[in-house]
Design a protein around this ligand. Structure first.
Ligand code: ADP
Ligand code: MG
Length: 475
């Protein structure tokens, strides 16, 4: 059986305490050719005496015994690839020698220990479950996940805080980072690209806390989003045309509303003969084109030095002869540089930002520009915004966990002091069905965008059906 399929087995580690068997390692275990066996002398008692006996007492004892042997083995060689294949063998040996272990769930125990050694312990099965998109560990006993858009409490449990800490260390150590009181918050990545944040006591009161946003090897494409009902086919045709016509587009929405996913889908509409520079805090975008340069910002080091911000990268990207600049999330001073770039020939740029509506996004952008420390009058800032951004795509996570593009809005320009916005597509929520699923309708408002000519001038024709309203469809 392959290691992967072993890891896929459900990890049912469910006990707060590891148990002790007080037997010590068996001296008759498989002979080691390399070195003399030493007694393990762990500083802290990793294995504790059981308080009461239970049905799976045998399992616990066997696991504890195996754990000790593994620790001992690791003193001689900490090469996991050498140790892991031996675990099963060790277990068989122990059971052979001690009748009382007959009937223990050997396979489960070996899998759990293998998970602890090679993977990320009890959360391994969640990491391998394709239906799970996010994993949240709030201390050892409350592990949540997002499964098909819904937040659920899982039955996964860690032994104790130390066990969670061990997993955090395992995640961050290969990146040369550490977690301890002097740096109690850390961002990291799993080898598969999943994003991890860990925060530990005393900052987190629930115990060590881990949040993982899983990397999808197989990112959503436009057809997936249409199938999920995030947008209609007509909206998809429209957005594709907007990207091809080099409009500047901004995806706006709350955390987890699917902004990055939509940005990824939009970016994949960019023709493959263009040079794309992507800028992100943590690289999440997965573009299908060949000619892509991905840039990632860098947090300051422990002395607070060496930070490279999104703004630094935006500025630098303009010297890289980009045809397109794609910015993962705009949240500060980089807004000014982005708008200036969009206004000075770098059209066709794409970005996301955090906000509740297109109008709100505009006012947030104003605030962000002010964060750049330039003394621009509000009117000038609005001119910049109105001149730069053509389309705002508003995205939401609805009550039932589904993601919707609730508005596609054109930024038409400045009238007096006001930026004029015109919705092209909207979502109308009608209520909930008996299963709690949101019912609603995505429709064109019937208004053709002012930039329609620009689309045509770029040689893009969109069927007039795309802009037909519900009434027109019905009639
Ligand atoms: N249209 C969608 N339908 C269903 N799930 C989605 C959709 N877009 C994103 N998701 C899922 O929602 C989670 C958050 O998506 P992400 O794009 O990272 O959001 P944001 O960038 O707004 O924080 C991911 O797990 C992703 O797989
Ligand atoms: Mg995002």
């Amino acid at each position: 059986m392959s290691l992967l399929s072993r890891l896929k087995e459900k990890d049912t580690e469910g006990d707060k305490k590891a148990s002790d068997v007080q037997k010590g390692p068996k001296q008759q275990s498989p002979p080691k050719p390399e070195a003399e066996k030493k007694e393990p002398t762990p500083k802290k008692p990793i294995i504790k005496k059981p308080e009461r006996s239970s049905d799976n007492e045998k399992d616990k004892q066997l696991k504890a015994l195996l754990h000790k042997q593994i620790l001992q083995e690791m003193k001689e060689s900490d090469d996991i690839d050498v140790i892991v294949p031996k675990i099963e063998e060790m277990a068989i040996e122990i059971i052979k020698e001690d009748e009382s272990f007959r009937g223990a769930d050997r396979k489960k125990i070996v899998d759990e220990l293998t998970n602890d050694l090679t993977g990320f312990g009890p959360i391994n099965p969640l990491l391998l479950d394709d239906d799970v998109s996010e994993i949240m560990v709030n201390g050892p006993n409350r592990v949540y996940c997002e499964r098909k858009g819904k937040l659920v409490l899982t039955d996964v449990k860690f032994r104790d805080n130390e066990h969670v800490m061990h997993v955090i260390e395992k995640i961050v150590a290969p990146l040369g980072r550490r977690v301890d009181e002097s740096s109690p918050m850390v961002d990291a990545r799993l080898p598969d690209g999943s994003r991890v944040n860990a925060i530990i006591p005393p900052l987190s009161l629930n115990g060590p806390t881990i949040t993982i946003r899983k990397f999808s090897e197989d990112p959503f494409v436009i057809d997936d989003l249409v199938q999920f009902g995030t947008l209609t086919k007509e909206m998809a045709i429209f957005l594709d045309a907007c990207v091809k016509a080099r409009l500047n587009m901004f995806v706006s929405g709350g955390t987890g509303s699917g902004k990055t996913t939509t940005l990824n889908v939009l970016s994949n509409f960019i023709p493959s003969d263009e040079r794309i520079v992507t800028i992100e805090d943590a690289a999440e975008l997965q573009l299908g084109q060949d000619h892509v340069v991905s840039l990632e910002s860098r947090p300051p080091n422990i002395e607070g030095k060496g930070a490279i911000t999104i703004r630094d990268l935006v500025r630098n990207s303009l010297r890289m002869r980009p045809d397109r600049v794609v910015i993962g999330e705009v949240r500060g001073a980089e807004a000014l540089d982005m708008l200036q770039a969009m206004n000075t020939g770098h059209d066709g740029s794409l970005a996301t930002g955090h906000s509740n509506s297109p109008r709100d996004m505009i006012s947030r952008l104003e605030t962000m520009v002010l964060m750049a420390g330039v003394d621009l009058p509000v009117k000038a800032i609005r001119e910049q915004i109105a001149g730069a951004i053509d389309v705002i795509i508003q995205q939401s996570r609805l009550k039932d966990g589904s993601r919707k593009i609730t508005k596609i809005t054109e930024v038409q320009g400045l009238e007096g002091d006001i930026i004029v916005l015109q919705d092209i597509f909207t979502y109308e929520q009608k209520g909930l069905d008996e299963n709690g699923k949101v019912i609603g309708e995505l429709m064109s408002t019937g208004v053709r965008p002012k930039f329609y000519e620009r689309l045509e001038n770029s040689g893009i024709t969109i069927s007039s059906e795309v802009f037909m309203t519900k009434e027109e469809w019905a009639g």
